[in-house]
Write a protein that binds this ligand. Structure first.
Ligand code: HPA
Length: 290
């Protein structure tokens, strides 16, 4: 069997063959947030099924396609849909797309998700910047033999790598400032990841609150771990779709999660559209669409 590195290289080569764009900004759209992909200009759509070795999502509300194009004149690689560990995928599969994006040339990754709000100051529809995470999924994306070739930047691809600044403060600052410019307040919070697919019990949510978590969800942390292994800079954004279990008396359901996504889509799209060029600018004036 080919190594994950060789598989990811093949997948990245496929993307390179589909477009002349060489995006440095990548975006992963979470549950109900896929709409943003439709606002990408000059789009080349590459279904996951046509990318070698790429995992296919089985969850409702998750498309499975890579959209390569521009946002505000800046090249982007947008993933409409991701796969999760709770679908039965191995860590290598869950994180494969991030490996591919990194090899394709992405250096700044925006990861988005739907999350339950543990922090009582959040309400459904709040968009929160992830400040840090707690990985309680019971596994780690970097498990297994270290593949140093994934370190696409100096001093990365290490066996043991730093997670002190997993979520780049300068990207978070941009997001908070842009939200303020658009007339709303973006809070920041700690995202706690569980394996799922069951939602949590109220006792678990009370425990997570005591641990310092503001948000709970079933994705993102493994992608971020792998992104940091490669040296990519990360912005994490959570859409709060529901109060976490026991925060209110309401039971949780996936439909509610999807509906809030639909309602928040416009806010999200406006935010990301304004943010992408600013993020790209931080690259030290990297050329807009190359
Ligand atoms: N828990 C876990 N994942 C979620 C939730 C939740 O309450 N809402 C959306 N994704």
């Amino acid at each position: 069997m080919k190594s994950i590195f060789d598989q990811a290289s093949e997948a990245a080569a496929l993307l390179s063959s589909k477009t002349s764009l060489r995006p440095r900004v990548g975006i992963i759209l979470g549950s109900g947030l896929g709409e943003f992909a439709n606002s990408v200009e000059n789009a080349t759509v590459v279904p996951y099924a046509s990318i070698p070795h790429f995992p296919q999502s089985t969850v409702e509300g998750h498309h499975g396609r890579m959209v390569l194009g521009t946002v505000g004149g800046v090249a982007v690689a947008v993933m409409q849909g991701r796969v999760h560990a709770y679908e039965g995928y191995a860590m290598d599969e869950v994180t494969f797309p991030v490996r591919v994006l990194g090899l394709f040339g992405v250096r700044q990754l925006v990861v988005t998700n739907a999350a339950g709000g543990i922090n009582r100051s959040y309400s459904p529809g709040s968009v929160v910047a992830i400040r840090d995470h707690i990985n309680l999924t019971g596994t780690n994306a970097a498990l297994g033999r270290n593949e140093a070739r994934f370190g696409v930047l100096p001093n990365t691809g290490l066996r043991f790598f730093d997670m002190t600044v997993a979520y780049a403060p300068r990207l978070r600052d941009l997001a908070v400032r842009e939200a303020a410019a658009q007339g709303w307040t973006m809070q920041s919070g700690v995202y706690l990841a569980v394996l799922g697919p069951s939602y949590e019990t109220p006792a678990e949510i009370r425990a997570f609150h005591a641990l310092g978590a503001d948000l709970v969800g079933m994705s993102t942390v493994h992608e971020v771990i792998v992104a940091r292994h490669m040296g990519l800079e990360v912005l994490g954004l959570s859409l709060v779709t529901n109060p976490a279990a026991g925060v209110t008396d309401e039971p949780l359901n996936h439909l509610e999660v999807m509906e809030v996504g639909v309602r928040a889509a416009k806010t999200f799209e406006t935010l990301l559209t304004a943010l992408v060029p600013q993020i790209a600018n931080l690259n030290g004036g990297a050329s807009p669409s190359t």
